[in-house]
Design a protein around this ligand. Structure first.
Ligand code: SF4
Length: 455
């Protein structure tokens, strides 16, 4: 007698496909056609992407479901994060980007510049708390020592050879090269040799020169940004990629930006992830002081969902990792975005300054256990990753003991300080430094003086 065999489902996804098909039946045909084709593996053009930004009602639901299905095909049920710390070592900057509430002019009261010992202390503390990465970015101080980013990287790697340095935006790389009177290529080669592991693909905003000239005149141009990124990729330095949205740009500009990133990726393969960053308007000069006309008060929830979902759909097959930023979107919307194409929650950050300065209310640190809870709440499996998406640990269940960074959260203000404290401190005030001083007061001394002052 032949024993019964388990039934092998020839097409385990047919139910899902059937429900997506039903969903698409209820959607306006020009949008349904684009979504249907993207599920069939066809690339979405920039024009089609712009059309998807008009999805509403049932079309928005279908957009999310399509992005979620493509996410599942690329990443399965894993949702990743990285244990890291931001070190924004100075807020003094020669540029005046309209969206930036972080930077201070060199004459202003609130300019700070961390001493080298403090930068290293922050990195060491992060390493001891389980971080695998420090993300180093800052303002562009006047008359800066051209080799500063290279020297800083070398010092950090000398002290902490296994810590990944994710450092220096294209704007900073270009500034370093200009101040050193060398080419971008030469500068990047030196940074790589010093130990930089990857570059943040920030300072992109929208890669449309007319938009940049309006919101941040004098900012790195589209051509220069592309040159830094492509050169980094050619030298074997991976980068992330980003978009800033929700300040009043058009759907066509958003979509063209994503298509532009995709074209670079086809050429170089050097992007590790794409991160939509929604505009934080509250303290941003171009909104708050109305320095630029027609700036809107950030993206709506639906726009945030569309942006992440469309990024997943347009980049499918080229960039597998779509990150949502808890700093910008908060925990609840971030969770929803995990059902709209995202597979990554970014980092623990510890000292987030840039969005905090602009008025984002979601804090400076999210410990790993909180990130994992958000993931599990959505029925997915948390994974700690490296900067370049190697798996460090899959958390099928929670560890028995709290990790060091979870335990540290209880004393976060005392241990890590805060952005608002930093801009108020006398000890690390910017006084025309061209590079971090070697003998500035330590954090322990700063703490002791603050306590003494408070009585
Ligand atoms: S975004 Fe960067 S370059 Fe522009 S003002 Fe802010 S710190 Fe300076």
């Amino acid at each position: 007698m032949v024993s019964p065999q388990p039934r092998i489902d020839a097409d385990p996804l047919r139910h899902l496909r059937a429900s997506l098909e039903t969903m698409l039946d209820a959607v306006e045909p020009s949008i349904a056609r684009i979504l249907d084709r993207s599920l069939g593996g066809r690339e979405v053009t920039a024009e089609e992407g712009a059309r998807l930004f008009e999805a509403d009602g049932p079309a928005l639901t279908a957009l999310m479901a399509t992005a979620d299905e493509l996410r599942r095909r690329a990443n399965g049920e894993h949702v990743s994060y990285v244990v890291n710390r931001n070190i924004n070592f100075t807020n003094v900057c020669i540029k005046h980007c309209g969206f930036c509430a972080f930077s201070r002019d060199h004459r202003e009261e609130e300019g700070y510049f961390l001493p080298l010992a403090e930068i290293i202390r922050r990195a060491r503390e992060a390493w001891e708390l389980g971080a695998s990465e420090v993300c180093v970015q800052a303002g562009l101080p006047p008359k800066m020592e051209g080799s500063l980013y290279i020297d800083l990287t070398r010092e950090l790697k000398r002290e902490l050879p296994d810590l990944h340095i994710h450092g220096f935006s294209p704007e900073e790389v270009l500034y370093g090269a200009i101040r050193s009177r060398c080419s971008v290529e030469e500068y990047l080669e030196a940074l790589k040799e010093a130990g930089v592991g990857s570059l943040p693909g920030t300072s992109a905003e929208i890669l449309d020169q007319a938009v940049r000239d309006r919101i941040s005149p004098g900012r790195i141009t589209v051509e220069q940004w592309t040159d830094v990124i492509k050169t980094a990729h050619r030298l074997g330095i991976p980068t992330t990629s980003t978009i800033m949205f929700g300040f009043g740009e058009t759907n066509a500009q958003r979509s063209a930006h994503v298509a532009y990133i995709r074209d670079i990726q086809k050429d170089t393969g050097g992007f590790t992830e794409f991160v939509p960053l929604s505009f934080v308007h509250e303290e941003s000069p171009m909104f708050f002081r109305k320095t630029v006309e027609g700036v809107s008060a950030g993206a709506t929830g639906a726009e945030v969902v569309r942006m992440h979902a469309i990024a997943r759909i347009m980049l499918h097959g080229w960039i597998d990792n779509i990150q949502c930023s808890w700093v910008k979107e908060g925990p609840k919307l971030s969770q929803l975005l995990l059902a709209a194409g995202c597979n990554d929650l970014g980092g623990t950050l510890v000292n987030e300054s840039i969005s905090t300065a602009a008025g984002a209310p979601h804090g400076q640190l999210t410990p790993p256990s909180d990130l994992r809870r958000w993931v599990r709440d959505m029925g997915r499996v948390p994974v700690e990753r490296t900067t370049t998406y190697a798996v460090r640990r899959v958390f099928e269940t929670e560890p028995d003991e709290p990790e060091p960074m979870d335990a540290a959260k209880e004393h976060a203000a005392e241990l890590f300080g805060s952005y608002h404290m930093l801009i108020g401190l006398e000890e690390w005030r910017y006084e025309g430094q061209r590079a971090p001083s070697l003998d500035g007061p330590t954090w322990a001394e700063v703490q002791a003086r603050r306590k003494a002052k408070a009585g």
